[in-house]
Design a protein around this ligand. Structure first.
Ligand code: HEM
Length: 114
């Protein structure tokens, strides 16, 4: 079980890297469109996050369910913002920055909310 949790956590961090790295690189290129790294990253975060939220830890070490709920809502928002705009040539700057900001908020929640 512990190996499974670590593998899932590793995949979760790779998804985070794809989502944030893809978004920042795209933003710096000056062309505000959703790229595949962002799309895959958002998908990986939903799947691996839900799997990590499963009861795979010893008693008493489960993460706070309220924290997980907040992260899930934010991730679904990111997922919708990425998925439904994936074919657009360009999205609004606010839309794009919101994806980056929400990703950073979720990483902060993961890190600081104990
Ligand atoms: C954009 C979306 C997300 C980002 C950026 C993100 C970020 C992170 C990061 C950076 C960690 C590592 C924290 C650490 O090791 O101290 C983490 C862990 C975790 N995340 Fe997420 N997360 C996202 C979505 C989700 C979702 C949707 C869920 C489930 C509802 C979730 C559940 C978890 C759990 C349970 C852990 C703990 C892993 C462990 O140590 O066993 N995450 N997340």
């Amino acid at each position: 079980m512990e190996t499974l949790r670590l593998v899932l956590r590793y995949a979760h961090l790779v998804g985070f890297a794809l989502l944030l790295g893809g978004a920042v690189a795209q933003y710096l290129s000056g062309r505000l469109r959703i790229n595949l790294a962002m799309l895959y990253g958002a998908g990986i975060q939903i799947v691996t996050g839900l799997a990590l939220a499963a009861p795979i830890r010893p008693e008493g070490q489960e993460p706070n369910p309220v924290k997980l709920g907040v992260k899930l809502v934010i991730t679904l928002m990111i997922g919708a913002m990425v998925f439904f705009s994936r074919r657009r040539e360009a999205v609004n700057r606010g839309h794009f920055l919101a994806i980056i900001a929400l990703t950073l908020v979720n990483a902060a929640i993961a890190t600081f909310w104990r």
